[in-house]
Design a protein around this ligand. Structure first.
Ligand SMILES: [Zn+2]
Length: 133
């Protein structure tokens, strides 16, 4: 997938370099297909403004597609590493909890389980009837 993207970026940059008509570098251009004015849109991830035609999509100047692709890749890697850190943090918390249970000993585990059973509001549902024994 990454190889396909890199190839597409390379071809887009080559096409821009070899364009027959000069490309407006500062925006306020027109769509090469329909000649309607392009709208400038900010891409915050890549920290760049791109030209977009309502009908034909985004037009990239030379190097812009490469820049956006690199920024998106960096954003994705940062996002994935944050998710991995959160998963590791949750795993550490779970392991610490299991370790604490393992260290409390069988007697303490027994009384904790017994306490949960004897607490009627949490352990069992009597269907609204009181037990009278
Ligand atoms: Zn257009």
């Amino acid at each position: 997938m990454a190889a396909v993207v890199k190839a597409a970026i390379y071809l887009a940059d080559k096409a821009a370099e070899n364009a027959a008509e000069p490309v407006a570098q500062s925006g306020s251009g027109c769509c090469p297909l329909c000649r309607l004015p392009l709208v400038r849109e900010r891409n915050d991830i890549a920290d760049i403004e791109l030209d977009r035609c309502e009908e034909h999509g985004t037009w990239f100047d030379c190097g812009e597609l490469q820049h956006v692709s690199n920024a998106m890749q960096a954003f994705r890697e940062n996002w994935q590493s944050r998710i991995r850190e959160e998963e590791l943090r949750q795993l550490d918390a779970l392991l610490a909890e299991q370790q604490a249970v393992a260290e409390e000993g069988p007697a303490k585990r027994f009384f904790r389980a017994l306490g949960a059973l004897l607490e009627p509001s949490k352990s069992t549902d009597h269907g609204g009837f009181e037990e009278t024994q």
